[in-house]
Design a protein around this ligand. Sequence first.
Ligand code: GDP
Ligand code: ZN
Length: 353
Amino acid sequence: MNLTDLGWSDFFAHSFAPYGEKGFNIARVAIAYKNTYILYGEQGELTAAVSGKFRHRNHQPEDFPAVGDWVVIQTPESAAQATIHEILPRKSQFSRKTVGSKTAQQIVATNVDTIFLVSGLDGDFNPRRIERYLILAWESGANPVIVLNKADLCNCLDDYLSDVETVALGVPTIVLSATNNQGLSALQPYLQPGQTVALLGSSGVGKSTITNQLKSETVQVVQPVRRGDDRGRHTTTHRELILLPTGGLIIDTPGMREIQMWGSEESLQGTFADIEALAKKCRFRDCQHQHEPGCAVQQALIAGKLDTSRLLSYQKLQKELSYLVRKQDHQAQLAEKERWKKIHKAMRHHHKH
Ligand code: GDP
Ligand code: ZN
């Protein structure tokens, strides 16, 4: 395997340089189990664990390697597995709140270049849901592409497309039918060698079908010719970072599938647990963390415990989300008005006869 095909770029080379000089190697995380990792590197596939020092230094779930990470490793010839010493800074990351009562974030996928926001062009089509997924994508640092699947079930594509345009102006939009293998070639520009893609969307929209269509070609390329004696040994182990024949990569982790879309501002808690915790200590319950006296968030900024850029992105997202909620309320009101207009009209019509 060559590093460029695995997604290596100047961005990572820059932070790896000092480690390279000291003789460390580099590899990308393909699967993250609890304490063991499967990596892809120039040497092929490796099993790895974090070093004792790494474990000692890092305590938060987000500090540990996730699928998509580039990790600084040592591969002693005597040992069966590689040792992970460091994670290179991430270009993008998807996180969710860890399961349970703790409000720690867990990273489920990193270094994703493009996120396919998949929707079905069927009865479940919902532009507002697309809008919310879009925010999730922007927040991760990856570039969104809207993928409208099940085109075969739709006979009013123009209406759907103009709906999408109102919520996602300027975002590339691709229409396809995965089961019929139609339109998938439009995804190729995002799956060039070294490009990493993840699929996001509600259950049932066709993410597995799309992934399988793209993967099926992979299977043909890498699967060894079936011989009589290795029957039953063909259960290809599931990899969460999948190298496609195009050289592009797909991230398909259970975690990615379980990422919930945001319903309201409350959902910010998973991603900005640190700021939410600080905000609870502000003197005023409705503190906007601007110039209020007794603001714990501003105090943390001054003390250097919180990044200004992090607070800014939190505030920006908070605004976007409250805007979304307001807009939804407004649209719900309009729809209700429309509904009653129809009912009244129908009643008038009824009385005339
Ligand atoms: P996921 O939950 O997003 O992974 O969705 P799946 O890939 O499991 O697809 C859900 C269902 O939609 C399956 O029954 C698929 O066969 C069906 N499906 C997927 N793509 C298409 C499509 O392009 N057209 C139609 N008619 N059905 C599709
Ligand atoms: Zn405050």
